[in-house]
Design a protein around this ligand. Structure first.
Ligand code: GCB
Length: 604
């Protein structure tokens, strides 16, 4: 799916701003034919939860309605008008003037609908019915209880099966854009680098009649470095073109270079559609315990993150994104994982521009039932209970369709901390690994991020992954306060992984300790700023001693909101920064460490 851009043939209008909002007591209250009554005014995009200053609404689980007017000029003959949502958490139905125009399930990916035949010139009413409900068939996974009253009305109680607050609503930008009836629907770009030259292959999906495609590649100085034209009696909806680029300048981590691909569609010499896409040329390969970018052994330094900020909740906040990436760059970091869901498209373009390397994750988190019972080895089997397969396939297809052309994306993560140690995990994940590989034209590596309980001996999924990605908390959840024992346990576990899967590199995609800002001790006391450093220092020492460990991503960049519980102190405090982005002592320690580790060739 293409990102909406204004060009000679397309115009984009933002619908962000202040909308009407109403949480519904019962679904039956909803009547799309009637304008909303008794509503709040609320900002879009943003999560609704922290805007309304009301405890019940903050923790509300159920359905809600957003509404606004659309004042429009008459749609021109031969034009498409498309309404596009960056993301709505988690399920949404869209109505125009009371008539349903589309439905979407899956909260972290964009969806769009053509509305030129539904709207009229002048005033229209746009209504969104949505819910934040999660269960054993959705991603992420939630524990949902439905409570029926005597009149048959249903209310909900939702317990997140994951460690972040279930912020919801219209969390990403809403746009209205136009194209002509002939338009570029999709483009997939791959590149083959050979010495100083590269051959770009482009697959175009086109709708409507045309007789000429012109594809041009521009460098950063805006000089055209290559072009190819395809003419004839064509009315094909799929076209593949190849374009050579000579003396190619590669996209490198922290030294990014982006070409721009411009596509123009014509009929009878009349321009019908024009579209631009930035594109970085680089190679990715996993070989002999190494993660190679542009043929060179890369070392991942960075964080697992969250889209999480005060008041916006999980709502799009580009200033925070820009701040976070600049801060990470200053610290010598070069990468992050989109834990635990696809991030906003604008963040992915920013990562391309700033040269960050991204592990791109689908919202498959919480695929583990009865965690507490599992610790005593008497829980029911997760895979007998999960009904997430179709949501999972959908998320993988849509994530790759959205992010396939990003240079920053170097690996797909198809789940975070699923119960991969339980029987049935192999059968569940085998088709999903295959699907990911089939969908990605760039054939990037694919991984699954492992939970501590899924030890090397018990795990049933990592054999299918290209890179062993471990979330490990030695000295925190295991051996808290006892770093000597923790170190031995970590060493032992690592060796088991490489013995079982020789040749696969290892990345620690999570490791860390909670630290309450301002809490200090001269002793090794969990929750202090000092202990957070001691623990991470110990794990770093073990990582440094193994050539096959090719990356470290600390959990987490910043403190973030979670559901309430006795193990959380107003959220998860494993950040190197507070939620408000003030540094803990760890941030300075990491900066010193990462500045001394090169992006390439560490341990080589
Ligand atoms: C994990 C999860 C992450 C949690 C983290 C923690 O392993 O992947 O979502 O927030 O542990 O702090 O417990």
């Amino acid at each position: 799916m293409l990102y909406p851009r204004s060009t000679m043939t397309r115009s984009v209008q933002s619908l962000d701003g202040t909308w009407k909002f109403k949480p519904l007591k019962y679904l039956e209250e909803f009547d799309p034919l009637k304008p909303l009554e008794d509503f709040f005014y609320i900002a879009v995009p943003a999560s609704f939860n922290d805007q309304l200053v009301d405890n019940d609404l903050r923790f509300f689980a159920g359905h809600y309605v957003y509404e606004r007017t659309l004042d429009l000029p008459a749609v021109k003959e031969g034009q498409r008008l498309v309404l596009r949502f960056g993301a709505i958490c988690h399920e949404a139905w869209v109505y125009i003037n009371g008539e349903e125009v589309c439905h979407n399930k899956g909260g972290f990916l964009p969806f769009e609908v053509e509305i030129q035949s539904q709207v009229k010139a002048g005033r229209n009413r746009l209504t969104i019915l949505a819910n934040n409900l999660l269960n054993f068939s959705t991603l992420p996974v939630g524990n949902l209880e439905e409570i029926s009253d005597e009149d048959g009305h249903v209310t909900y109680r939702l317990d997140e099966n994951f460690d972040f607050f279930n912020y919801a609503g219209i969390i990403r930008p809403v746009k209205l854009y136009t194209t002509s009836k002939t338009y570029l629907d999709d483009m997939t770009i791959t590149s083959d680098v050979n010495g100083e030259n590269a051959l770009l292959s482009m697959d175009f999906k086109i709708s409507g009649p045309y007789d000429q495609i012109l594809v041009e590649v521009f460098n950063e100085a805006n000089d055209r470095v290559s072009d190819v034209e395809y003419r004839g009696e064509i009315d094909q909806d799929q076209v593949r073109l190849e374009i050579p680029v000579t003396y190619v300048r590669l996209w490198e981590p922290m030294d990014p270079y982006l070409y721009e691909v411009k596509v123009s569609l014509f009929k009878d010499n009349q321009l019908l559609d024009e579209y631009f896409e930035p594109y970085g040329i680089r190679t990715v390969e996993v070989k002999d315990h190494k993660f190679l970018l542009n043929g060179k052994p890369f070392y991942f330094k960075g964080f697992g993150k969250h889209e999480d900020s005060y008041i916006n909740g999980r709502g799009f906040n580009q200033a925070v994104n820009v701040f976070d990436l600049h801060m990470m760059k200053k610290m010598g970091a070069n990468s992050f994982r989109t834990s635990h869901y696809p991030y906003a498209e604008e963040m992915m373009y920013l990562a391309d521009r700033l040269g960050f390397v991204v592990i791109d994750e689908v919202p498959a988190v919480g695929l583990f039932t009865n965690f507490a019972a599992d610790l005593k080895s008497d829980g029911p089997n997760t895979w007998d209970q999960m009904q997430t397969m179709s949501a999972h396939e959908d998320a993988i297809r849509r994530l790759i369709e959205r992010d396939k052309n990003h240079a920053s994306v170097v690996m797909w993560s198809i789940a975070n901390e699923a119960a991969t140690h339980q029987d049935g995990a192999k059968e569940y994940f085998e088709p999903l690994f295959a699907l990911t590989r089939a969908c990605d034209a760039q054939k990037r590596p694919v991984t699954i991020v492992s939970i501590g309980l899924a030890s090397a001996a018990k795990d049933q999924a990592m054999g299918m992954a290209d890179v062993i990605c471990l979330n490990r908390y030695f000295g925190w959840y295991n051996y808290p306060g006892d770093l000597k024992e923790a170190e031995q346990a970590m060493e032992g576990e690592l060796e088991e992984w490489v013995e079982r899967f020789p040749g696969k590199p290892v990345i620690y995609t999570e490791y860390g300790a909670d630290a309450v800002p301002g809490l200090h001790s001269i002793y090794q006391i969990p929750f202090t700023e000092e202990y957070q450093i001691h623990m991470i220092k110990m794990m770093s020492k073990v990582m440094d001693s193994k050539d096959y460990v090719v990356g470290e991503q600390v959990w987490n960049f910043a403190d973030f909101e979670t559901k309430v519980g006795v193990t959380r102190v107003q959220g998860n405090k494993k950040g190197a920064f507070s939620r408000n982005r003030e540094p803990k002592m760890l941030a300075f320690w990491l900066e010193e460490r990462w500045k001394s580790i090169p992006h390439f060739g560490y341990k080589a």
